[in-house]
Design a protein around this ligand. Sequence first.
Ligand code: UDP
Length: 262
Amino acid sequence: MQKPSVVRILNVDVDRVDFEQTLMFIEQWIEQSRSSDMHVRQICTVNPEFIMAARRDPAFAQALLGADLRAPDGMGILWAAALLGKPLYERVTGSDGLYRICQRAAERGWRVYLLGAAPGVAQRAAANLQATFPGLKVAGCDDGNPTPAEWPQIQQRLLAAQADILFVAYGHPRQDLWINQHRAELPVKVAIGVGGAFDFAAGHKKRAPHWMRRLGIEWLYRLWLEPWRWRRMLVLPHFALLVLWQWAKAKINPNRTYASSE
Ligand code: UDP
């Protein structure tokens, strides 16, 4: 499969993929790793908060740069890409991704491992996923902890589990930095950061109704349920202004590729 085209939003390249293409990449990587010793593939689901965090944190920016796929998550990303003349197809979120990937995994016999969230949440999420997709092979579940002290135990359990796909739910940027840091030693084929996806799959937290997701206001629902998020969301107007600035500069001088810091 060819590498997808990208849209550069404030110095972060986002791959212009939809869910089906994302699943095809995963399938291709798992197939390739059977015939040759490929490196662990990393997927990040990029939303505007990721992009703003990457501006402050060079290690996170580096982790995003090194990922094999930066899927577009969040309406803000779709809005920015359309404004910059490179529209995207759909949101490829970690929460939907967990279901879509597990569905494909059940069909193909891939083994999945759920790492992260509060104690017991990954187990409940896995049980619900297995009820939804009979035949899904769950290689393991672990609340885990992204601290370096925990790594040896996590690695031992992963080595015993022999999983193909690892879902990591430590929230951003922790999960993506953790995958990036341990990539060379992770005994899996594909690793993906999925944020709060286990909380939803476990029924621990409620996801926004479909009509709100369709309207692109899922963030408003999360803010309603978890008002403490308002501080995190303060970066969103700043994100919008910076994207408008990037767009205006490109209009003034269409032949130059502007970096957001210029
Ligand atoms: N979490 C965890 N370990 C940590 C910090 C967070 O397992 O050290 C989990 C937390 O329980 C939750 C998820 O990470 O399930 C973060 O979800 P959120 O929706 O906030 O993700 P984000 O929007 O930051 O990607």
